[in-house]
Design a protein around this ligand. Structure first.
Ligand SMILES: [Zn+2]
Length: 413
């Protein structure tokens, strides 16, 4: 256990915050610090074909130790942390034998991690938790995943009696700003399938995510002196308001769960002459997703029809762009890759929690790039903020899941 803690701490104490406003890959130069450290470590534990490309994508191989043909499997994590909360000067705190009570993260600032608010804490009574000091995030998302993959590879190298096929591992920058997969060289990785170790609580196994699109609408108007505006003025802000009011009222993020999709207005910026509305559209079901996009277009078309004559042309333009799709489409034809992970968990006494993701993962993009890629728990909770924590026992179990999947994949049928 100490080995896992030490390794994890050696990663989270390196600041790797990514930056959505940068065009480079990695988006921040400091991500190289951990990337270079990881390359050295992978070589030191005896991984082969350790490579890092110009964009800081790391890949490495653990060769097969069996004679018969076994599919090549991959394990993937990201080493950046979210720009939503500071990841500099992380001072992890270790809570041994957690007693189920409040954890004081920071006495001076009165920051408390309480099971009264975060009920999940109670399932880890008696375990060792790693928390923040209340002033930063922890970075278990996704340095827990990296810790687990490196430790599992080290374990397989040190225990050659465990039989496995060829294993490829991949560490990426910039996942948190949605750019973890886009420069991932799937061909070079050359695995039959892979898993991102990037889920939250122990047992999570995910292979369904949203279909996602973003819409940008621009409403035009006509500004006239308000005292003389009758029959002349068109206020684009009111048109935008009309549009939003026509969206299905209860299909918003705050009123939906599970497989329910939504429309989510993310921004409005307007004046009388011009108002821009941005929204995102989400649905697990591809048909319903397409229908949602049509709904947006239809409402815009109606407003156009109603005001085109007065305005003298189209008064609203609507631009919809798909962002990503549900990986289920790509994973279902090879569902055995989910089943083997499920079996691995069950054999280790872990209850698989299989549920649709209400978002996307790097794995969904990779799945559409030709690498089917479900997501497995990395063990952490409360990502992207100061209440983030990870039970060391969950990391230990994730390591065992990786080893077990490798073993089961290589088992002769
Ligand atoms: Zn993550």
């Amino acid at each position: 256990m100490q080995h896992i803690i030490d390794r994890f701490i050696s990663y989270v104490t390196v600041d790797t915050e990514s930056d959505p406003n940068s065009d480079t890959t990695p988006s921040t130069a400091k991500q190289w610090d951990l990337a270079n450290q990881l390359v050295e470590e992978l070589k030191a534990i005896g991984m082969e074909e350790v490579t890092i490309d110009a964009n800081a994508y790391i890949m490495a191989t653990l060769p097969s130790n069996v004679e018969h043909d076994v599919p090549t499997i991959g394990f993937i994590s990201h080493f950046d942390t979210t720009p939503d909360f500071t990841g500099a000067n992380i001072k992890p705190q270790i809570v041994e034998n957690y007693d189920g009570k409040d954890i004081i993260l920071n006495k001076e600032q009165n920051i408390v991690l309480s099971p009264g608010y975060f009920k999940d804490l109670l399932q880890y009574k008696g375990q060792t938790l790693i928390t923040t000091d209340g002033t930063t995030l922890l970075g278990a998302d996704d340095k827990a995943g990296i810790t687990e993959i490196v430790t599992a590879m080290e374990y397989l190298i040190n225990n050659p009696e465990i039989k496995h096929g060829k294993i490829r591992i991949g560490f990426t920058p910039d996942e948190e700003i949605g750019r973890g997969a886009h420069k991932f060289d799937v061909e070079k990785f050359a695995a039959d399938w892979a898993y991102t170790m990037d889920g939250s609580q122990i047992g999570e196994l995910e292979y369904e995510n949203f279909n996602a699109a973003g819409a940008k609408l621009t409403f035009s108007g006509k500004s006239v002196h308000p005292g003389y505006a009758k029959g002349k003025m068109i206020n684009s802000m009111l048109l935008a308001n009309k549009f939003i009011s026509k969206l299905p009222k209860h299909e918003t993020p705050q009123e939906t769960k599970g497989y329910e999709g939504f429309f989510h207005v993310t921004g409005i910026n307007g004046s009388i002459e011009e108002t821009k509305v941005e929204l995102i559209i989400r649905d697990h079901d591809r048909k319903k997703f397409e229908k949602r996009k049509k709904t947006v277009e239809k409402i815009a078309a109606k407003i156009n029809k109603k005001f085109a004559k007065q305005f003298g042309g189209p008064i609203v333009s609507c631009e919809i762009k798909d962002s990503y799709y549900n990986m289920r489409e790509k994973v279902e034809p090879v569902i055995h890759i989910v089943e083997v992970a499920e079996k691995a968990m069950k054999e280790l006494g872990i209850k698989p929690i299989i549920k649709p993701i209400r978002g996307g993962t790097d794995g969904c993009q990779l799945s559409y790039m030709g690498l089917p890629c479900p997501n497995i728990f990395a063990g952490g909770h409360n990502f992207h903020g100061k209440y983030e924590y990870v039970p060391v026992e969950s990391m230990q179990k994730a390591i065992e899941v990786i080893v077990k999947i490798a073993e089961l994949t290589a088992a002769k049928k």
